[in-house]
Design a protein around this ligand. Structure first.
Ligand code: 5GP
Ligand code: ZN
Length: 112
């Protein structure tokens, strides 16, 4: 299996890492959609939000807390958005669960 985010998580693929914990890593998106665009990713390969099992409930909470922590670190006091694009209609292109943290500009709603 060759997964780009597993590669980043284990250090084989380069990324601009801005934070990490035992079970997650946060790095800048290479195609940013806002002044701050960070991906928060579990080290474990989980395909999508839909593949997150009950046994990973604690990990899910940790990922959300990591996103909030990275938002603080990025100085997003004015607000931000956390998104998990899921499967095809959700716009998911990398099949390894990730939270997008977007901020640094006024974000529109609804998204496209
Ligand atoms: P998705 O479309 O699956 O919700 O989000 C995948 C995101 O990963 C996209 O925003 C894309 O720009 C980003 N991405 C894809 N490949 C790489 C990579 O190799 N490095 C980094 N840092 N981001 C990537
Ligand atoms: Zn993976």
């Amino acid at each position: 299996m060759s997964c780009i985010f597993c590669g980043i998580a284990n250090g084989e693929v380069e990324a601009e890492v801005i934070g990490e914990g035992d079970r997650w890593i946060a790095f800048r998106d290479t195609n940013p959609q806002a002044p701050t665009h960070v991906l928060v990713v579990p080290r474990e390969h989980i395909e999508s939000l839909s593949a997150l099992e009950e046994s990973r409930t604690e990990l899910a909470g940790e990922l959300l807390r990591a996103a909030a922590s990275m938002a603080r670190q990025e100085g997003l006091e004015a607000g931000y958005r956390v998104v998990a694009n899921t499967w095809s209609d959700g716009g998911q292109t990398v099949p390894h669960l990730h939270l997008h943290l977007l901020g640094g500009r006024k974000l529109r709603w609804p998204p496209g």
